[in-house]
Design a protein around this ligand. Structure first.
Ligand code: NAP
Length: 297
């Protein structure tokens, strides 16, 4: 198994990747009712003035995630990349985790104002520790953890092996649990797990994958209950938003025929749902389908 390592440097050139320093750990602001509030426009203006930049253009909706720190696992491509881009566009500092997508994640980091790149194999306890330690060292705290990285495997159950099951469960269920536990020590206040419509709707030839996602969906509910009120734990359950490369045209058409909205979604649909679950402070234990109605069929 590949050794995990943390990096805040461009993996291809060795040059530092952070374009601007990660903001110092600001003490979380509690309102009179004890809940965390958001930095208001006045605060944003004061901060901009201190940084010597022009005041932000006030648009609708306002940038809400300024000074938030988010980890997105598997941020180099497809859904994870869209989530990282959405959060960064809203002002967050994003920790871009990757495993194999070195070039893609370096290219993404070069486009972002503030980011940290960390390589880790999340199938191992050491890999999960590497990611959390990098966040602790470079950011000092964490607001949002998005458990997006996952393995995917399809095929008849009879041909699945113990290794298939161990790999699926290690990456899709045990790693999110480990990362959530570790994130508690970093002050995380929101977790969004990416599950799948298959966590609830059984499919043929996806037993290990679907069972791992069903486990993650149930973990979401268990932890929403156990970790409240300090931490909100929600999930997005996508239908098809990016086809696996090996799906044939016929398989793709068959999937589209089963979707009430008659089209597949986009990674950006999932990304906006993640942001919504992070921003809406009265939501916990929600498993939000983003599937064009596929879960109804
Ligand atoms: N695509 C869809 O239509 C769809 C539908 C339902 C649910 N989902 C869920 O949405 C999420 C993203 O889907 P996707 O299609 O974008 O997935 P994907 O393209 O298969 O990407 C999987 C991600 O997991 C990371 N990863 C793989 N092995 C890893 C390991 N050993 N350690 C750490 N990270 C590892 C990869 O990182 P590297 O690339 O850096 O190796 C990659 O970023 C997944 O949770 C998936 O189950 C997707």
């Amino acid at each position: 198994m590949q050794a995990a390592r943390a990096s805040s440097a461009d993996p291809s050139t060795g040059a530092p990747l952070q374009q601007a320093p990660i903001p110092a750990a600001a003490p979380p602001q509690r309102r009179a009712d004890g809940r965390f509030g958001r930095a208001g426009l006045a605060t944003a203006l004061r901060r901009a003035a201190r940084r010597g930049c022009a005041p932000p253009v006030v648009a609708s909706p306002p940038v809400k995630l300024d000074d938030k720190i988010a980890v997105v696992t598997g941020a180099g491509r497809r859904v994870g990349r869209a989530i990282a881009e959405e959060l960064a566009a809203a002002g967050a500092t994003v920790v871009l985790h990757y495993h194999g997508s070195r070039v893609e994640v370096a290219q993404l980091a070069s486009q972002l104002e503030r980011s940290l790149v960390v390589k880790a194999d999340l199938r191992t306890a050491a890999g999960c520790r590497t990611l959390l330690e990098a966040v602790r060292k470079h950011c000092g705290r964490l607001d949002l953890l998005v458990n997006n990285a996952a393995g995917y495997q399809r095929g008849p159950f009879a041909y699945e092996t113990d290794d298939t099951w161990n790999q699926m469960l290690a990456l899709n269920l045990v790693a999110p649990a480990r990362l959530i536990r570790g994130a508690l020590g970093l002050g995380v206040s929101s977790v969004v797990n990416i599950v799948d419509v298959a966590a609830r709707v059984p499919w043929k030839h996806h037993a290990a994958y679907a069972a791992s996602k069903a486990g993650l969906a149930h973990l979401t509910a268990c932890l929403a209950l156990e970790l409240a009120p300090a931490v909100r734990v929600n999930a997005v359950a996508p239908g098809t938003v990016a086809f696996p490369d090996d799906f044939s045209a016929g398989e793709r058409a068959a999937i589209v025929r089963r979707i009430p909205l008659e089209r597949v979604g986009q990674p950006s649909d999932v990304a906006r749902a993640v942001r919504y679950l992070f921003e809406e402070e009265y939501l916990t234990g929600v498993i939000l389908p983003v599937d064009g109605g596929a879960g109804l069929a």
